[in-house]
Design a protein around this ligand. Sequence first.
Ligand code: NAD
Ligand code: TYD
Length: 357
Amino acid sequence: MRKLQNMLVTGGAGFIGSNFIRYLLKRADFSGLVVNADKLTYAGNPMNLIDIESAFGGKRYFFEKADICDFEKMSSVIEKYNVDTIVHFAAESHVDRSIFGPKTFVDTNINGTFSLLEASRKAWAKRDDVLFHHISTDEVYGSLDGGGCFFETTPYNPRSPYSASKASSDHIANAYYHTYNLPVTISNCSNNYGPYQFPEKFLPLMIINMLEGKELPVYGDGKNVRDWLHVEDHCEAIRLILKNGKTGETYNVGGESEWPNIEFVNVLSGKVAKLPSKNPDSLKKLIKIVPDRPGHDRRYAINCDKIKAALGWQRTYDFNTGLDSTIKWYLNNMEWTNHVRNGDYQKWMNANYKGRT
Ligand code: NAD
Ligand code: TYD
């Protein structure tokens, strides 16, 4: 079992990274420190960690504004904090954006991961008590058109610029394990949901549009299937991999909750309709079928027997309770949503993070 001490989390100001930092620092059995290195793109928001900053800032939580593509900066962060564990979340993460502008996906997801691996290899040349955990996606396996599911052994077949860039980064991480003996683990997970997800992604977009009475854009025939994993269940999977995962191994993490998009929207609207002043019929009328995403993967489904058997992971959220608590979170945090969407958080960030780059 690894003892986690000085952890570098990349992309910790984003959705999953911020949930992971909170999850870890609030656990009584973690006594180490966390350094969050984030470039603060449109998706990175230090407000996501305002509670953590005030509880642990300068003691066990540190923020470094940094681009993972910057080898010198990342090397100096690893050295400054004597980092022994890297959890690499930082990425461009939205498929639609990758269709409109693939370059930043290649820059950050491929070249950035390469640069970070290289910085780790150099900094850790004389250490074997270290771990580089690379966070990836089930989208690298491609699209399932009928039944079946993705296993860790499923050949890669990425089809969007996003998934191709993530697949490439997985291969580079794997190559560093085999070629340079860098202790690497990889996890590939399904669609996460939960608090602090940027509202361009399907679930928060739908919740917020329902709350605001705006159209609900459903791509194509609405029958594309996604598997939904609560972000806290994902965080626990990562923690277990960091503690006991075998280097050189990949672990799939899934929510075992498959939904065709249109059915998902119907379930969601049924739940939102129970809120005071919401009318089920008027919510259903907001659904708008819009042109399909180019190359839209039909179905993702994950087999996660390996992480269950090897590390004892189990999901704790069923879809119903996970969705209820997520709706509640967005309802109670409309200020956060408005800040994020209006770009106000950029101003907030400049005011609060001045001189702290
Ligand atoms: P996100 O877009 O919410 O956050 C990404 C974070 O990375 C942001 O804080 C951003 O500022 C930072 N970042 C981007 N480019 C950077 C760079 N060059 N240097 C430093 N920081 C940079 O993403 P997320 O949804 O939290 O996803 C995190 C990771 O999980 C990604 O690697 C993604 O591919 C993977 N993943 C996400 C999902 C999902 O459903 N969200 C599913 C599977 C895998
Ligand atoms: P998304 O949250 O973008 O995740 P991913 O593409 O990585 O799975 O989308 C989830 C599903 O919802 C996907 O099948 C595309 C679909 N979708 C819509 O139908 N409408 C939308 O406005 C968005 C953003 C996504």
